[in-house]
Design a protein around this ligand. Structure first.
Ligand code: NAD
Length: 295
């Protein structure tokens, strides 16, 4: 079993760190929030007084932070932990951040002889708690293999997308497509409702027709078509509009850098940012259905 430093114990990082403890790893945890630290301490993690203290003697260093600026500051900033990480350690950043920052952090750590992979996740808070996350890894094949020691305690599907940064690129490609499917499914369902169709009947028809997709099948955005999905619970829980808007911003940045045409992604981003500004940032992302629903 390994000694693992875990930095960033929020909605995702907290349960991920607890799963590492349950798998028998020694977890040295740090977060700026005392409440977040207390939660993982109660489950058996060792609480550190700083990020620098947390990484001491760790074979794996995992971060799960809000955005690229936090990740860059943690590893490469003035108060950064790079000097305190053992050269034999493997660093895994599981946050969803821009690929450029992931590559910059990877290069900065490599300059000090420290191995790095980006390993963003899919599966949400439910997947983090259940230990069934999907990890999408960017880094060398050898580091991907090495990371399995800890990733297997937190996830079920492990993908190697390519070199450092590739995990982040794959993750935002997926989320951009997901947002387009969710907005399109909402638009089609509302068109049917406005023309007298029952959304359940229309969903059944489209599920057996060529419009079938993941959002329609497992995450229907129209309330009361499916049980146990956020739309049937006033759009509570699930994946927040704020996070989808963030990921669509990352997709736009990535597209600009590679000069890729992403008109559908841009449209979805406009919809989500407008929806967010209308005060729906904390709702599940399927609440984009309300954007189309007649008031
Ligand atoms: P969160 O805001 O709940 O947690 C972030 C944690 O980081 C907080 O506890 C905060 O105190 C801590 N933190 C911030 N700066 C820090 C620092 N310098 N040192 C130590 N701790 C610090 O966010 P989350 O929902 O857990 O998401 C984390 C990452 O995972 C984000 O990049 C997000 O996009 C991604 N993600 C989230 C979900 C989801 O459903 N929540 C799904 C997939 C990916």
């Amino acid at each position: 079993m390994a000694t693992v430093a875990f930095i960033g114990l929020g909605n995702m990082g907290g349960p991920m760190a607890i799963n590492l403890v349950k798998a028998g790893h020694q977890v040295q945890a740090f977060d700026l929030s005392a409440a977040a630290l207390a939660q993982v301490e109660a489950e058996g993690a060792v609480v550190a007084t700083s990020a620098r203290a947390a990484v001491q003697g760790a074979e794996f260093v995992i971060s799960m932070l809000p955005a690229g600026k936090h990740v860059a500051a943690l590893y490469l900033g003035e108060q950064g932990v790079a000097d305190d990480i053992a050269p034999s350690a493997l660093v895994l950043d599981c946050s969803t951040i821009d690929a450029a920052t992931a590559r910059q952090v990877g290069a900065g750590l490599a300059a000090q002889g420290i191995a790095f992979i980006d390993a963003p996740v899919s599966g949400g808070v439910g997947g983090a708690k259940a230990g069934t996350l999907t990890f999408i890894v960017g880094g060398s094949a050898a580091n991907f293999e090495r990371a399995k020691t800890v990733l297997e305690a937190m996830g079920k599907n492990l993908f190697h997308a390519g070199d450092v940064g590739a995990g982040q690129v794959a993750k935002i490609c997926n989320n951009m497509l997901l947002s387009i499917l969710m907005a399109g499914t909402s638009e089609a369902l509302q068109l049917g409702i406005d023309n007298g169709l029952d959304p359940k009947v229309l969903s059944d028809i489209m599920l057996k027709s060529s419009g079938r997709n993941w959002t329609l099948e497992l995450y229907n955005p129209c309330p009361d078509v499916l049980p146990n999905v956020p739309s049937s619970n006033d759009y509570q829980g699930g994946f927040m509009v704020d996070l989808m808007a963030k990921d669509l911003g990352l997709a736009a940045e990535c597209a600009q850098l590679s000069q890729s045409a992403t008109p559908m992604g841009s449209q979805a981003r406009n919809l989500y940012v407008t929806h967010q500004r209308q005060g729906h940032g904390k709702l599940d992302f399927s609440s984009i259905f309300r954007f189309f629903a007649k008031k």
